[in-house]
Design a binder for this molecule. Structure first.
Ligand code: ZN
Length: 156
């Protein structure tokens, strides 16, 4: 059975950036189960997985446009350093805003702090090593709920 729209697939994956740093991996966990063709995964992954079958091992390269998007300069803001209440602020630190967004500090000067609210993988080219562990039909319930049930999915 091949992966196509409304099939459930279970995959193992390792995600690296172009420098070979591992950003995420399903190794040591259960496979990731998802429903193909309904936006459970980023577009570049769905395109790369389409037509694959159980046992296939391959790589998928995903551009930012088909991944987590390009960086939006409007989501980068300078805020007065006073807003941090005197605590030490360094590039790479993450803070939650009052609206519940996570922002990352990119630059600190004497007066201001530059924070970036883009997804941390925005603008990053993604390299996935993938192995397809299982492909099956989605149930009617899974399709109507938009997620996988049972092993590797929702239990309810
Ligand atoms: Zn459900």
């Amino acid at each position: 059975m091949q992966i196509s729209k409304n099939k459930v697939a279970g995959i193992h994956y390792t995600l690296t950036d172009n420098s070979g740093n591992i950003l995420d991996s399903s190794k040591g966990r259960d496979p990731l189960f998802y429903i193909q063709g309904i936006g459970n995964l980023i577009l570049g992954m769905e395109e790369g997985l389409e037509g694959k079958k159980k046992g296939d091992k391959f790589q998928i390269k995903v551009s930012p446009e088909k991944g987590y998007g390009v960086k939006d300069p409007n989501l980068m803001q300078q805020v007065p350093i006073k807003a941090f209440g005197g605590q030490e602020v360094k590039p790479g630190m993450k803070f939650s805003t009052n609206q519940g967004h996570v922002v990352t500090v990119t630059e600190v000067s004497t007066e201001t702090v530059t924070v970036d609210a883009n997804h941390e993988l925005a603008g990053v080219e993604l390299n996935f090593d993938v192995e397809v562990m299982e492909v099956r039909e989605a149930t009617a319930d899974e399709i109507s709920h938009g997620h996988v049930h049972g092993p590797g999915g929702h239990h309810h």
